[in-house]
Design a protein around this ligand. Structure first.
Ligand SMILES: Cc1ncc(COP(=O)(O)O)c(C=O)c1O
Length: 376
């Protein structure tokens, strides 16, 4: 048994850039510029350049970034915001905290992303925005979603927490990075993300100067001139230490994405011909950055346990859809409302995926998977 297979290997990734990182951390410590130090501004500019977007506002984490995005758009209590039912909690939570109403939409069973054909059926007079979450590393189908939003005067917020570096291809062949197509978009630098820091971190990106200014102001207590509060804001800053780390890791991001892509390709190859599981689907309109490598299985829970016995870690993203969570029961949804999201929650399993994954580890993972499936 290979006893060291990890779901993610942040330490291995760190060791490859240790000297640079240690020096950058030491520089911040020596500067004692822990809050709003120079690296924060530099990182914002470098990320804007990477994304090819006009403005990036760094902040404390992706969840705050969502709340700041909603507030920057001027959304008010009672406004409805559409979002996928199969999703991390942040977009619903940030909305609910400021009195917005999360309205769920079902997803595609192959890409796990928002089903654009179901959006219009959820729109009411109170609908103001759509949160498009690019799940697991791949873009949702942006072109039809943007068309609906433009036609109906709705705002688009891309939640790019899991897919930094992914690219959407429009029908005319034009390509655009995820996190640059919505009115205002959010990113997370949680350690396991495509670009992860050594703690919490997040950012907002937009091409709209006014929204960028509002987002920056909201993230600093709504402050304009010092001690002059022009709007209700919050305290959401990216630490200088995290920014210094992110600057180094951003230079390596395309290399990291390449490693993920190669690991995914090898998993695909190892799974080829297996009839008992479904491999992740790569849609023609998006490259896949494989923040997660998610397969679907019947008997998922039993297989997860068997894999664990073989020393293979795996994770379930997500075990329950948002509409059936206790915290969101007040929205009045019931079991059966989102058939695809509900069935995905029973079937999905994320296999180990990271930038340091070795081929013999992947062979062990897939052999263990097939052995587990065959043993049932
Ligand atoms: C899709 C999605 N949105 C938002 C977030 C929130 O990001 P953070 O953990 O930085 O608050 C996450 C983090 O896991 C996420 O996966």
């Amino acid at each position: 048994m290979l006893n060291s297979i990890k779901m993610v290997d942040l330490h291995g990734q760190y060791l490859k850039i240790k000297e640079e990182i240690d020096q950058a951390i030491s520089e911040v410590i020596n500067s004692t510029s822990f809050i709003n130090g120079k690296p924060v501004e530099s990182f914002g500019l470098e990320l804007a350049n990477y994304l090819n977007v006009k403005y990036v506002v760094p902040c404390a984490n992706g969840t705050d970034a969502l709340q700041i995005a909603y507030q920057s758009l001027g959304l008010k209590p009672g406004d409805e915001v559409l979002m996928p039912a199969f999703n991390y909690v942040a977009s619903a939570e940030a909305a609910a905290l400021i009195g917005l109403k999360p309205v769920f939409v079902d997803v595609w069973e192959d890409s796990f992303n928002l089903n654009e054909n179901l959006i219009e059926g959820k729109i009411t007079a109170a609908t103001k925005a759509i949160v498009v979450v690019h799940l697991f590393g791949q873009s949702a189908n942006m072109e039809p979603i943007l068309e609906i939003a433009h036609r109906l005067g709705l705002k688009i917020i891309e939640d790019n927490a899991q897919s930094l570096g992914a690219e959407y291809t429009f029908s005319n062949g034009a390509k655009q990075k995820t996190g640059t197509m919505g009115d205002i978009n959010i990113h997370s630098f949680f350690p396991t993300k495509n670009l992860g820091c050594f703690g919490d971190g997040g950012a907002i990106s937009t091409n709209d100067k006014d929204l960028a200014q509002k987002a920056a102001m909201i993230s600093r207590h709504g402050q304009g001139e010092k001690y002059a509060y022009e709007m209700i804001g919050c305290n959401s800053r990216l630490d200088t230490l995290q920014a210094a780390i992110l600057r180094i890791k951003l230079k390596n991001l395309d290399g990291y994405l390449q490693s993920r892509k190669e690991a995914a390709k090898y998993y695909h190859q190892l799974l080829e011909g297996s009839l008992t599981t479904s491999r992740p689907i790569e849609k023609g309109y998006s490259n896949h950055t494989f923040n997660q490598y998610v397969i679907k299985l019947t008997d998922r829970d039993k297989i997860k346990e068997l894999l664990k016995n073989e020393g293979v870690p795996s994770m379930i993203y997500y075990p329950s859809p948002l509409h059936l969570q206790k915290a969101y029961a007040y929205l009045g949804y019931k079991s059966g409302d989102f058939r695809v999201a509900e069935s995905l929650c029973q079937e999905v399993l994320a296999l180990p995926m990271h930038t340091e994954l070795l081929q013999d580890e992947q062979e062990y993972v897939i052999n263990s998977l097939i052995k587990s499936i065959n043993s049932l």
